[in-house]
Design a protein around this ligand. Structure first.
Ligand code: AMP
Length: 217
């Protein structure tokens, strides 16, 4: 069973690797960031609550995020595995997942962490373009789509995220180190943690992750 958490700082390559993992292993992709953005664009109550927080680079309150994940993970398509991308991001979220996972028959069994030095993250975020429809990521300098501004995967028009600006990025990175990085020790203690160096190149990272997942399928 592949019940996976994908973690790493903003710009480490999570989005790109997530797309590859879900395509190769046929898993539902549960990206809390994508769910929030979808709610913002639809103007739902959750979207209204989260909009300003997300745009400035802060974290949405644990309570809201945990409820959202609980209801999404409980859906039938997660029974045969899932890829959680961007959750948990705080120890409180990890604790909640540790309790809810077994309760709903969805206990996490692998944590994949991709890391990259800060100066590289900043550069990647500045050039990042994303697909608002399928979540695929591109970079105007290093990972261009075949046709400029158009998603290779689904044909939608690419956008730049509102929080991919230097000010929000700095807040996101500070939050990452203060709130999310402690999860490394949390998951090491659980015996679930696997580290990947995001500087070895996209193909190599992808091959290494794929090998780990195949061995745990
Ligand atoms: P991402 O697409 O994963 O970079 O998420 C974009 C933004 O959504 C983050 O900067 C947060 O504001 C919010 N967000 C996503 N996941 C979480 C989470 N697990 N906890 C709190 N906020 C989150």
């Amino acid at each position: 069973m592949l019940n996976i958490i994908l973690m790493g700082p903003p710009g480490a390559g999570k989005g790109t690797q997530a797309t590859r993992i879900i395509d190769e292993f046929n898993l539902p992709h549960i990206s809390t960031g994508d769910i929030f953005r979808e709610n913002i664009s639809k103007g739902t109550e959750l979207g209204l609550k989260a909009k300003a927080i997300i745009e400035r680079g802060d974290l949405v309150p644990d309570e809201l995020t945990i409820d959202l994940v609980r209801s999404r993970l409980s859906q039938d398509d997660c029974a045969k595995g899932y890829l959680l991308d961007g959750f948990p991001r705080t120890i409180a979220q990890a604790e909640a997942l540790k309790t809810m996972g077994p309760e709903i028959g969805r206990a996490v069994n692998l944590v994949v962490d991709i890391t990259v030095p800060d100066e590289v993250l900043m550069e990647r975020i500045a050039g990042r373009r994303v697909c608002p429809k399928c979540g695929a990521s591109y970079n105007v300098n290093t990972m261009k789509p075949a046709k400029e501004g158009i998603c290779d995967r689904c044909g939608a028009e690419l956008i730049q995220r509102k929080d991919d600006n230097p000010e929000s990025f700095k807040i996101r990175l500070d939050n990452y180190y203060a709130q999310t990085a402690p999860l490394v020790d949390f998951y090491k203690a659980e015996g679930l943690y696997h580290h990947f160096d995001g500087m070895i190149g996209l193909e190599k990272v992808s091959a290494e992750i794929s090998e780990l997942l195949k061995a745990n399928q």
